[in-house]
Design a binder for this molecule. Structure first.
Ligand SMILES: Nc1ncnc2c1ncn2[C@@H]1O[C@H](COP(=O)(O)OP(=O)(O)OP(=O)(O)O)[C@@H](O)[C@H]1O
Length: 584
């Protein structure tokens, strides 16, 4: 437990000072809690003695006592307020910082990280596990440190007047510590399984929600709901089993503390009977017995959480140690925007996809990438944006290896427009401004107009303030694509990577999208995964990707003269587009 408290203190980092000041407040607050009890017991004892005709007590002294009690109570609240102000929000502040930090880390890791690591694990770390630390970790500090400060102070108080009663209280504390040790051990045994169950539940929930449209459209339950149900059941069973395992230890802990409180009073009473203690001191012991262990009784709830915190810390540490893809990167300023691949080989999880790929794209030209599905076109684009690092060779922009850049400084130069557009659950305005957060309203509207989306946005009831569903689900595919073009337009990056819309978009939308793209690509270096013959024919250069190799390279005219994949591809496309025209 001490080790975990040390971890939390270390985690608190620069907030540590506030913790220490809080402990100081807690220390003074405790004395202000004990003081009134001592004074009240003294006054009551003397008043009882007085009424029984024993020693006479001055009324003035009683009033002085009363004044002292009121003052100490006020001071106690002041110190308690100070302690809460200093310590209460540390967890929330630190967890918020850490979530942002983890967000930054995730932005800088290779996309391969997400396939190699369980998404549920990452999600659980940033949500439930950090919340455990944020809420329970802080509660623990409060219960354990501040609680024991109070217990020690009160035992000292009692000890000054009646040593045997103090010893009875100490015995209770020691015995309850054994029960806490049992809780800790039990927790360490069960925490990994509970963690795993929570992570599986997060992963299953994500998969289930993501696949819900498929589940509905096929009218079947599918494997995702089964996995979700199993994860819910496993999580429930593990939680119940764990809780049952804690019950005996929790009861034992409370039994020792309550027993110690009773022992404290009985010992003091015995001392009175022996003539070693006055009545007022017995009253004091009786009053203390109600409060002495109140602050540490809830430790048993928090003790098992503390050992969970150990594994939370491990998870966070593991996340923090993720390899930044741009660890050695620097802010690079480009003065030219050509792109080149030099003997690049790359694969996912040991399976090589691109084999010794070399080509160069002069700046301000358009290069169309064509090839069969799965040949490696998107992978080439992912290497330019450094979503992944090459395993052999190099990718260069403006003569600089992409590994020389930080992710931010590289991506500043690149805009991407994909077929599967992702819009954030935010207003359309903020989704467009994502390309340039500091853009003015006029700039943002100008980009939307150029991207041919101003009119449809204005036709929405809330215009630019319309909040789109997560992923942009409340808009059509064509509308989303035009918003993403407006976003890219506003960013105004010199290199543009485009995955051209395919037949999934209707002709009117396709026309609008093409017009938007023409405005976007003006005067830029364009790399386009091309599907439309028109785009391909007009490109300055065409790369034909075949099984992860550049099979052919040249202009449309040059490639049509060769008897290769390209000519075959164009013939098939011509047939397909001809068929579509005939149909419409
Ligand atoms: N994240 C990934 N992890 C593992 N394998 C992947 C990943 N992404 C793509 N692949 C594999 O790499 C190969 C090339 O994929 P890529 O997406 O680059 O092809 P493509 O030519 O763009 O295909 P399409 O035209 O269908 O989009 C495929 O066999 C694919 O299964």
């Amino acid at each position: 437990m001490i080790k975990n408290i040390r971890w939390i203190m270390k985690w608190a980092g620069e907030y540590k000072k506030r913790f220490y000041l809080g402990f100081l407040c807690s220390f003074f607050s405790t004395w202000c809690t004990a003081g009134p009890v001592v004074l009240a017991a003294w006054a009551l004892g003397n008043m009882i003695e007085d009424s029984r005709g024993g020693t006479t007590v001055e009324k003035g002294l009683i009033f002085l006592c009363l004044g002292g009690i009121i003052l100490l109570i006020l001071l106690r609240f002041l110190f308690a307020y100070g302690k809460n102000r200093l310590q209460e929000s540390i967890g929330t502040e630190k967890a918020a910082e850490q979530r942002i930090h983890i967000g930054d880390i995730l932005k800088r890791v290779s996309l391969g990280y997400f396939s190699e690591n369980n998404i549920g694990e990452i999600l659980a770390a940033t949500t439930t596990e950090l919340s455990t630390l944020e809420l329970q970790g802080m509660k623990m500090i409060d219960s354990v440190v501040n609680g024991y400060i109070q217990v020690i102070a009160i035992i000292c108080c009692v000890g000054m007047f009646c040593l045997p009663a103090a010893l009875a209280a100490i015995a209770g504390v020691i015995l309850s510590a054994f029960a806490l040790r049992g809780i800790n051990r039990q927790s360490s045994r069960t925490a990994p399984a509970a963690h795993k169950a929570r992570e599986d539940l997060s992963a299953a929930s994500i998969e289930y929600v993501r696949g819900l449209s498929v589940v509905k459209s096929f009218g079947k339950e599918g494997a995702s709901i089964k996995r979700f149900r199993n994860a819910c059941r496993d999580n429930k069973e593990i939680c119940i089993k764990n809780e049952f395992g804690f019950v005996p230890w929790n009861c034992l802990h409370l039994f020792f503390l309550k027993g110690a409180a009773v022992a404290l009073v009985l010992t003091a009473a015995w001392e009175v009977l022996q003539g070693n203690l006055t009545l007022s001191m017995l009253l004091m012991a009786a009053m203390f017995s109600f409060t002495i262990f109140g602050s540490v009784e809830s430790i048993n709830d928090a003790a098992h959480i503390l050992s969970v915190i150990g594994s939370v810390m491990d998870k966070l540490e593991k996340l923090e140690q993720a390899d930044y893809i741009d660890q050695d990167g620097a802010e690079v300023r480009l003065d030219r925007f050509d792109v080149s691949f030099d003997h690049v080989s790359f694969g996912y999880s040991g399976r090589e996809i691109l084999h010794d790929v070399s080509f160069s794209i002069p700046q301000y030209t358009t290069t169309a990438i064509v090839g069969p599905s799965g040949s490696g076109k998107s992978t080439i684009c992912s290497l330019i944006t450094r979503f992944y690092d090459v395993q052999k060779g190099s990718v260069r922009i403006g003569g600089h290896d992409v590994r020389e850049f930080t992710c931010d400084s590289l991506l500043k130069n690149i805009s991407m427009v994909f077929q599967n557009v992702y819009l954030f659950h935010d207003t359309i305005r903020n989704n467009i401004k994502f390309g340039k957060p500091g853009a003015t309203e006029t700039e943002m509207i100008a980009a939307a107009k150029e991207a041919r989306c101003h009119e449809f946005i204005m036709s929405l009831p809330d215009g630019y303030d319309t909040v789109v569903g997560e992923g942009g689900d409340t808009l059509s595919g064509g509308e989303k694509q035009r918003i993403s073009i407006a976003r890219a337009m506003l960013k105004d990056a010199p290199v543009i990577i485009l995955d051209e819309a395919t037949a999934s978009v209707d002709p009117e939308n396709e026309h609008e999208i093409q017009a938007a793209i023409s405005a976007l690509v003006h005067g830029k270096t364009i790399i386009i995964i091309a599907h439309r013959l028109n785009t391909i024919e007009n490109a300055d250069q065409i790369l034909v990707v075949e099984n992860g190799r550049i099979g052919q390279m040249g202009t449309h005219g040059e490639l049509m003269e060769q008897d290769g994949l390209y000519r075959h591809f164009v013939e098939v496309r011509e047939q397909a587009e001809g068929w579509r025209i005939a149909e419409s």
